[in-house]
Design a protein around this ligand. Structure first.
Ligand code: FE2
Length: 294
């Protein structure tokens, strides 16, 4: 007997399964915070106690497919820290629709966002994992906004996402998109060179470590990682993951679901609580920007 239809029986992700898996906790908390109130671009969103069944969601993702060694969501951007597993939006439609609703609720963007504007993958960090080309150093995301749902229940309170500020030729900034949008005088190539300055080299492997700042990057603060919680931030602010292997015993792994929102060349957003000053003229070219820019 060859393959039978029965073998697929438990492998079908039905709307009913998703609805119960991603059921939202009615008592969840959702709020906006700042890393530094003087810099609105460091505003971020935190949601606590999001899911009713976070362990079931974790098991679902872990059993759904094998992890891959690189982030192949974006073909020319490999080398993301840890281990990634692409997740289809069709598997977690209710969850990404919830993320979309958060954008509306907190007036993060006025443009129409649909559940397929997100790209999802799980991320595994583990004690002993290696870094490649110093990817523990700060980076900016190719997408506009990152949402992290943390599904490990043993994280230390220091865990999270660390944010940084850069000083180049006398200009201080933390958000690469806003800097160029506001006519920053330092050429992007110079910024890029500065970002590469202390890298070990393409393809070279060393131990992962928790980067806390250096002559190039001044720390701003850390957005906390909370079990069954979401942290969301502008991907264009310099950032890196806080994961110090010394905090954990051998064999430890940290698991999260990352959802990247890329609005690309769609019209500009309203801002994370910002008000648009005036309507965009109809003939104006769309600008590849996100909240706070119009
Ligand atoms: Fe990132």
């Amino acid at each position: 007997m060859g393959l039978t239809i029965d073998q697929f029986e438990k492998r079908i992700v039905t709307p009913e399964l998703r609805a119960s898996l991603f059921e939202l906790n009615p008592n969840r908390k959702e709020y906006v915070e700042y890393l530094n109130k003087e810099w609105p671009e460091t505003r971020y969103l935190l949601c606590e106690d999001v899911l009713v069944n976070p362990y079931d969601v974790r098991d679902f993702f872990m059993n759904a497919a094998y992890c891959t060694g690189t982030n192949d969501l974006i073909p020319d951007k490999t080398g993301a820290p840890g281990m990634q597993q692409p997740i289809s939006n069709e598997w977690c439609q209710e969850y990404v629709q919830y993320l979309r609703d958060l954008l509306t609720k907190f007036k993060i963007t006025r443009q129409k966002v649909t559940w397929y504007d997100f790209s999802c993958y799980t991320n595994v960090f583990w004690k002993g994992m290696k870094a490649i080309d110093s990817n523990y150093l700060p980076h900016v995301d190719p997408s506009d906004m990152a949402f992290n749902l943390f599904l490990s229940d043993d994280m230390v309170k220091e865990e999270g996402t660390a944010f940084f500020r850069m000083n180049v030729e006398g200009d201080e900034f933390n958000d690469i998109k806003l800097y160029s949008k506001h006519g920053g005088r330092v050429h992007p190539r110079v910024i890029s060179h500065r970002m590469d300055q202390c890298r070990i080299g393409a393809g070279i492997v060393d131990d992962w470590r928790y980067f806390r700042g250096n002559d190039i990057y001044e720390p701003i603060g850390v957005i906390p990682a909370i079990f069954n919680g979401i942290s969301a931030y502008r991907g264009s602010v310099f950032h890196t993951a806080c994961y110090d292997p010394d905090w954990y015993p051998d064999g430890h792994a940290r698991f999260s679901l990352v959802s990247m929102l890329a609005l690309g060349m769609k019209s500009a957003g309203n801002g994370m609580g910002f008000k648009a000053k005036e309507p965009k003229p109809i003939h104006q070219e769309p600008v590849p920007t996100f909240f706070g820019q119009n």
